[in-house]
Design a protein around this ligand. Structure first.
Ligand code: BES
Ligand code: MN
Ligand code: ZN
Length: 506
């Protein structure tokens, strides 16, 4: 799907579906401003819909009109966006998503969206948000269906139509950035939605390599012999129960400028399927654990965007990929494993495997890249889903300013990240009587904080933040930009974080 931005008179544009966002009309009885002119051309239907109360421009309200030759557009969709002071980037993403979904439902090939910048949202931001929404809304995961049930994406082109006099250069740059970001998020969704049998660790590594080749990133893949050589006893323990061996992948974005600067490292949990291992999970909803590599998927998507957007800082994406299965070779409760850092881990529950994989991935990031900061993403704890539900990712850090910036990036992208505590008590709770740390905390108490405390021990004094995306990585609640399944959460957040990146040595 192609998104373009132009300046033209939408009422003179030939298109299959013309989408016009409409602000709440409040207590007005007649079509405000430019709608009045359109209403005259169409013979009064809009006036009637407003007067009857059927359409008042409230958020997500829709009115479809058929000009029948009065205008070159085949159909017009008036789409309510609510009150002026509530229209933000997320409202425009929804407009973009609704536009392509309504178009696809009508087998419309070409959609035109009337784009109106405001004082709050300049042309660049409007172009970006509409493009993000359109590309995200057009996402489907149907490659395993012989014949998709709903019409396959029929939308070939989305035309963002700005007023004459709008800053078209900014609008076009925004639309391009939004398209790249959303396509990268859709790649993360594809990887996360892929079932465990189709995406074992080696295949996840190959997908990362394939992406790297397409966009020109350097990539390193460590297989079992290299993991052994580097004494990565933690990731090897988790992967040991599966016939599909683990991998560690590093994707390197090295821009020409500033290539000697210390990179920012993104680290993703890539458990391609989490059965719980010997501490096996209940079977209800175990299928959802195919998404337990969503952190890794986000890192792959984010590095794609770094390359295509020419981010002017070095960024390295690292994924720890392993499959957690019970078998005769699986690691057991009570095992003590030695991680690459030399720290020993007492395994009290083989289902707390994500932190064990990340122990070696974080150490690799630190020792191989000497990063200015690390941000890890992981579907780490059910406790985080209890605490925050699907509305925000849990945010933990050993560095307040890094945490604040991530939170800000979350707000800007509507991928909310909410700070949760990481206390000395949580750190004490992961001390083991027989090893350096243990992989469980204090039973059900503060489960996401004790998991973060475990990771903190491996992050050491590198500025580090951890996003627990257990509640946000997949969903059954659909929206105009989100079908059921993987969300690809974090790709846009990480790139927003990079938009004004300064080293947090700060
Ligand atoms: N991948 C799960 C966490 C998870 C659960 C993510 C539900 C999304 C939805 C993780 O590996 C896990 O099993 N964590 C355990 C830790 C516990 C054994 C200390 C959990 O949260 O129950
Ligand atoms: Mn688990
Ligand atoms: Zn897991």
């Amino acid at each position: 799907m192609h998104v373009t931005a132009d300046a033209r008179d939408v009422l003179a544009t030939a298109t299959d579906l013309l989408v016009i966002p409409v602000l709440s009309v409040g207590d007005k009885k007649r079509p405000p401003g430019r709608l009045a002119g359109l209403d005259r051309l169409l013979g009064g239907g809009i006036q009637a819909a407003i007067a009857s109360g059927d359409f008042r421009g409230e958020r997500d309200q829709k009115l479809v009109l058929y000009p029948d030759g009065a205008l070159p557009a085949k159909r017009i969709l008036l789409l309510g966006i609510g009150k002026d002071n509530r229209v933000d980037a997320e409202a425009l993403r929804r407009v973009g998503g609704t536009a392509v979904r309504e178009a696809a439902a009508r087998k419309a090939k070409k959609v035109t969206v009337a784009a109106t910048p405001s004082r709050r949202l300049r042309a660049g931001a409007v172009g970006q948000a509409l493009a993000e929404g359109a590309v995200l809304g057009n996402y489907r995961f149907d490659k395993y269906k012989e014949k998709p049930d709903d019409a396959p994406s029929a939308v070939a082109a989305v035309q963002l139509s700005f007023d004459k006099g709008a800053d078209l250069r900014a609008a076009r740059a925004g639309a391009k950035r939004g398209t790249i970001l959303a396509e990268s998020q859709n790649l993360a969704r594809d990887l996360s939605n892929a079932p465990g049998n189709a995406l074992p660790p080696a295949q996840l590594a190959r997908e990362a390599q394939k992406m790297a080749k397409e966009v020109g990133l350097r990539v390193r893949v460590l297989g079992v012999p290299e993991l052994r050589k580097r004494k990565m006893g933690a990731i090897l323990a988790v992967g040991g129960g599966s016939a599909n061996p683990p991998r560690l992948v590093a994707l390197e974005h090295r821009p020409k400028r500033r290539k000697d600067a210390a990179p920012l490292c993104f680290v993703g949990k890539g458990v391609t399927f989490d059965s719980g291992g010997i501490s096996i999970k209940p079977s209800g909803a175990m299928d959802e654990m195919k998404h337990d590599m969503s952190g890794a998927a986000t890192v792959v998507g984010a590095l794609r965007a770094c390359a295509l957007l020419d981010v002017p800082y070095p960024v390295v994406g690292i994924i720890g990929a392993a499959e957690n299965l019970p078998s005769a070779t699986a690691y057991r409760p009570g095992d003590i494993v030695t991680s690459a850092s030399g720290k020993t881990i007492e395994v009290l529950n083989t289902d707390a495997e994500g932190r064990v994989v990340l122990a070696d991935a974080l150490h690799y990031a630190k020792t191989e890249y000497d990063p200015c900061a690390i941000v890890d993403l992981a579907t780490l704890t059910g406790a985080c889903v209890v605490a925050l539900g699907r509305w925000a990712s849990g945010l933990f850090a050993n560095h307040t300013r890094l945490s604040d910036r991530i939170r800000k990036a979350g707000d800007a992208t509507a991928e909310l990240a909410w700070p949760l505590p990481l206390l000395d008590g949580h750190k004490k709770a992961v001390k083991s009587p027989v090893a350096d740390v243990k992989n469980t905390g204090a039973g059900r108490e503060a489960g996401s904080s004790t998991a973060a405390a475990f990771l903190a021990a491996f992050a050491g004094d590198t500025p580090w933040a951890h996003l627990d995306i257990a509640g946000t990585a997949w969903t059954s609640h659909t929206s105009p930009t989100q079908p059921r399944g993987a969300t690809g959460v974090g790709v846009r957040l990480l790139l927003e974080l990079l938009a004004d990146w300064k080293s947090p040595k700060l």
